[in-house]
Design a protein around this ligand. Structure first.
Ligand SMILES: [Zn+2]
Length: 287
C-alpha cells in the first residue's frame, strides 16, 4: 500500500495503515507489513502461508516533528510450512526492525553517527534521541568499526609524534608489593603528514616497541609506499623506523627544529649577555 503517509515515513518494509492523534498532541502511527520477505522463516527461509494470528510491537524511530510519534506495528505470526524445519512458528521481522528490536535500525545508526561523525558525546546523543547510554555506546562501537576497519589511505610521508593524554596510572601488585604501569600518559600518534588522510592511528606508550606494534598491524604494501617519516628528534622513534620502515628516509618535523633553534638562540643570548655585562637581561633592557 503505497499511500502518501507511507511515502512520508520512508521506513523500508512497512506501510502506514492510519495515523491517530493522541491527547497530548503526539501521533500514533499504525503500521502493517509491506515486504513479503517478512514471511520468510528465519530458520529455513521458506515463505510461510499459514497465519498463526497477530502480534503487536512498538519499535521507536527517529524523532519526527516537535511532539512525540509512536509506532504500533501490527504484524503476523506464521506457522512454518517446511516439514523438516525445526522452527515451528515465527513472528515477522524486517531488516529495519529485526525480531526483538525495540528501536528501528535507522535510529540505531543515527545514534552511532552522532558520536562518530558529529562530535556528540554518548550521553548527549542518548538524551537527544531518548535512548539509553548503553544503546548509543553499542551503536557507536558498530559505526566506529566501519572507520577503524577501513583500509588506510595511501601515505607518502608518515608523521609520528607523541601526545600527552590523561594521567599515568600505577597499580600495586597485591602479592609482591611492586608498582607497575597500567596506563601510560603518553600516546603515539600516526598521521598522514603530507596528504589529507589525517590521524591514521594512535597507540598507548611511546617506546620503539609501541611504534613497531602499530606498524605491524598495517599491510606491507602500504608500508612500502612510505618514502619519508617525519618525527621529532626522538631516538626511540628513529630506532623504530630503522626496524619497521628500513627504506624510508627520516626527516625531522620543522616545528621541532624551529623550537630547538629558538631554545639554542636563547641560551646563546643569555650566555653572551652574562659574559659581556656580567648580569642577566633586565625588564627595561632585555638585550
Ligand atoms: Zn522454517
Amino acid at each position: 500500500m503505497d499511500n502518501d503517509a507511507t511515502l512520508l515515513l520512508d521506513l523500508d518494509g512497512v506501510s502506514v495503515h492510519r495515523v491517530e492523534l493522541l491527547e497530548d498532541g503526539g501521533r500514533r502511527v499504525h503500521l502493517t507489513t509491506a515486504d513479503s520477505s517478512a514471511r520468510a522463516c528465519p530458520a529455513c527461509g521458506v515463505f510461510a502461508t499459514r497465519s498463526k494470528g497477530r502480534a503487536l510491537t512498538r519499535p521507536r524511530d527517529l524523532p519526527y516533528g516537535e511532539r512525540g510519534m509512536e509506532f504500533f506495528w501490527h504484524k503476523r505470526r506464521w506457522w512454518c510450512g517446511e516439514p523438516a524445519c525445526p522452527r515451528k512458528s515465527f513472528t515477522e521481522s524486517l531488516p529495519q526492525i529485526p525480531a526483538g528490536a525495540r528501536i528501528t535500525e535507522r535510529l540505531r545508526a543515527a545514534a552511532g553517527r552522532r558520536v562518530r561523525d558529529a562530535g556528540s558525546t554518548v550521553i548527549q546523543a542518548a538524551r537527544d534521541l531518548h535512548l539509553s547510554w548503553s544503546t548509543v555506546m553499542a551503536a557507536f562501537t558498530v559505526q566506529a568499526r566501519e572507520v577503524t576497519g577501513a583500509p588506510l589511505p595511501e601515505v607518502r610521508v608518515l608523521g609520528i609524534d607523541e601526545t600527552r593524554r590523561g594521567r599515568t596510572k600505577w597499580e600495586q601488585d597485591a602479592e609482591t608489593g611492586k608498582w607497575r604501569l597500567v596506563r601510560d600518559r603518553w600516546h603515539t600518534g600516526f598521521v598522514d603528514a603530507l596528504g589529507a588522510g589525517g590521524l591514521l592511528g594512535q597507540v598507548e606508550g611511546r617506546t620503539t616497541a609501541d611504534v613497531l606494534a602499530w606498524l605491524s598491524t598495517t599491510e606491507l604494501t602500504w608500508r612500502k609506499n612510505i618514502t619519508h617519516v617525519a618525527i621529532d628528534m626522538s631516538a626511540t622513534y628513529r630506532a623504530a623506523i630503522r626496524t619497521g620502515l628500513p627504506d624510508a628516509i627520516v626527516v625531522v618535523d620543522h616545528f621541532h627544529i624551529v623550537q630547538l633553534a629558538n631554545k639554542m638562540l636563547s641560551t646563546v643570548r643569555r650566555r653572551t649577555t652574562a659574559e659581556l655585562r656580567g648580569r642577566r637581561g633586565r625588564a627595561t633592557d632585555p638585550e
